[in-house]
Design a protein around this ligand. Sequence first.
Ligand SMILES: [Zn+2]
Length: 431
Amino acid sequence: MQKIDLMVKGTLVPMVNENIISDGALAIHDGIIIACGKSSELLSRYQASTVLESEGSAIMPGFINGHTHVGMTLLRGVADNAKNLQEWLNDYIFPLEKKFLSEDFVYWSTLLACYEMVQSGITTFADMYFFEAAASKAVAHAGIRALLGETIFLQDDISYAQEFCALPKESALITSALAPHSLYSCDAQTLVKAYAVAQSLDVPFIIHVAEQNQEVVQLQKKTGMSPAEYMQSLNILSCRVIIAHGVHFSDSDLEIIGKSGASIVYNPTSNMKLASGIAHVKSMQEHGIAVGLGTDGSASNNSLDSFAEMKTGALLQSLCLPDYCKPLTPFEVVKLATADGARAIKMGSSIGTLEVGKRADIIMVRYDNLHQLPGYDLFSQFVYSSKSTDVQTVIIDGKIVMHNRKMITLFDKMPQLRERIAFYHDKIKKS
Ligand SMILES: [Zn+2]
């Protein structure tokens, strides 16, 4: 019998296809899935130091939050009356960031975000914000996997972002990226220079594109080009690029993006809240684009909840005209948050499905709570009737981060976190 670190037993939902393995098990050693199959077979081959088993729970890949701004979690609820993205940014967010943004603010915001994400089954997130080095400390403490993109507005920000990418990381689960804010807030030179740095460091390039119609109209006026044409003309469109939003892409934009290998992250709640519009997920996929699912930041969502995002994302797609954009099936929605989400943030070879050789990022989700029953289809249960509180256990890179809803990491920081939340709440409220 081979000795291993961990075995999890239950109904396996590997997300490779729609197949579900009842009485399944995963063997995990050194943070990697080394076997996947029927539990009787795995029990005869492996002796695990720890065995986790729960009847009525599905074992599935952890969710991937493909786009967020964890450093602004302490701004949750400060701008709920903005009527669109521009008003939200210019009248609320930018002035507050100018006043309050600091390493301390980002650290505690990130810690709060990590707590909420782990509790909802998110095991990996892709971020775009400032002071990512401070965020790294919270991420490492939480034991969550993260792609941290340092935001760039001006050329001067590039060297700071470059330094962050080159820094040794606080945890092996952290990778870095360059993240110019958008095509409308960064000039062409900044975009080109930032892309060159991302290329030289071989890291992803994260950017908001075509979030709102106004920016597309203005870009057309200024350059005579659509967003994808403009990116192509600057040579900043490739498989390195992760686009957040893409609500207002034309078919020809999607064709250009599909050929480039760039991916798109769909942020339905934020797009509704900031009146941005409806991204056409099926059209993107038909053009061969990897599409993930994101919450965006807490100031425009206001939750970092994968189940809420799946349901909202599915419902919003159903609002599209049938001949324009077909509704997503529940399986396709769960795929956005797992396998496709991993591909969208360029981690498809290491996470996103439960397969031998992949990192052991696994969640155990109950499917027999009364609010989920009768339960005719497991994927439908996950998308339409489950809640984040149905997540029982979270394993990241083979380590148990939450078990039976009790945090294994982060619990030691809770008293101080509550104190810092109260501190910033008072400061922001008085401002
Ligand atoms: Zn964003």
